[in-house]
Design a protein around this ligand. Structure first.
Ligand SMILES: Cc1ncc(C[n+]2csc(CCOP(=O)(O)OP(=O)(O)O)c2C)c(N)n1
Ligand code: SF4
Ligand SMILES: [Mg+2]
Length: 290
């Protein structure tokens, strides 16, 4: 439905990074709708679970459609949606726990398929909604309720993982940079193919990383985040890898594959070339009978 659910009363904590992501998405959807003269209902937000996924209920202003899915399955839901309604603009919102743990197995296949959707990952390095358990991006040795002796696993590097999986359009951002983030999401939605905007979105209750990301000269904290250099060539995959592997967090456009044929177009072309040889569903099924 494209109306807010009046009985859903979830609220983010004060200062939660997700507020900035929400504003950027609202702005990008309205801007897209105006530029393309398309009703906002042509956009659908598919949400994972977690505080981040609740974004789908909290959109203000003109309402897109929304589906609040199950844990880790935003991509299969979006695939089904896009397969039956390729005309829709599908935006996924998901957390580091939802997208990069139980959901991670879907990234590779959809990247290789070049499913034409945009994913906004809200990374707070923790399972926020369930009160602060370790997620794949939680730092080594961090003590949480599920890692009482400190986290034993190295943190995952999401940007490297996406590039290795074959994601063809990748940007990295911070929830505090609302306007640049809005512009990035808009650009990602215009890309014909799979696109990811990975956002550092701190959790003020269980993993407040604002100071670590931005740095604090007075307290001698070096910023983890740094802007992607102006001379970075975003069509150069090797150069994108170097930035992703740098040990800190690059903020900006990392990679855009020069050629991008989205899944729907591949299917259309295959159907056309099959022509008269197209098989019925019954024929396809009987070919698999043992
Ligand atoms: C099948 C299933 N297992 C476990 C949960 C419990 N659960 C709710 S939110 C969450 C973690 C979400 O973490 P993340 O995606 O990082 O979202 P955040 O709250 O940090 O934004 C989990 C495990 C669930 N909803 N469904
Ligand atoms: S628990 Fe963390 S992620 Fe969830 S709303 Fe609060 S600050 Fe945001
Ligand atoms: Mg999280």
């Amino acid at each position: 439905m494209s109306k807010r659910n009046p009985t859903y009363d979830f609220k983010w904590c004060p200062g939660c990074g997700d507020f900035g992501v929400k504003r950027a998405i609202e702005g990008a959807l309205v801007e897209r709708s105006g530029t393309l003269s398309e009703p906002i209902e042509n956009s659908v937000i598919v949400a994972g679970i977690g505080c981040s996924g609740n974004l789908v209920h909290l959109q203000e202003g003109p309402q897109p459609f929304g589906i609040h899915g199950i844990h880790g399955r935003t991509l299969p839901i979006a695939y089904g949606l896009k397969s039956s309604r390729p005309d829709l603009n599908v935006l996924i919102v998901s957390g580091d726990g939802d997208f990069l743990s139980i959901g991670a197995e879907h990234i590779g296949p959809q990247a290789k398929r070049n499913l034409d959707v945009t994913v906004v990952v809200m990374d707070n390095g923790v399972y926020g909604l369930t009160k602060g358990q370790a997620s794949p991006t939680t730092e080594l040795e961090t003590v949480t309720t599920t890692t009482p002796y400190g986290k034993l696993d190295d943190p995952m590097s999401p940007l490297e993982t996406y590039l290795a999986a074959g994601v063809g359009w990748l940007a990295s951002s911070m929830s505090t940079q609302v306007k640049p983030l809005q512009a990035m999401i808009l650009e990602a939605m215009a890309h014909p193919g799979f696109s990811i905007v990975h956002v550092q979105s701190p959790c003020t209750s269980y993993n407040d990383t604002y100071a670590a990301l931005k740095g604090n000269a007075k307290e001698g904290i070096e910023p983890m985040a740094f802007p992607v250099p102006d001379d970075h060539d975003s069509s150069d995959l090797e150069s994108a890898y170097r930035l992703a592997r740098n040990g800190r967090i690059p903020i900006g456009m990392l990679y855009q594959r020069p050629d991008s044929i989205p899944a729907q177009e591949r299917l259309r072309t295959a159907r056309q070339s099959a022509g008269a040889q197209q098989k019925t569903v019954d024929e396809l099924l009987s070919a698999m009978v043992i």
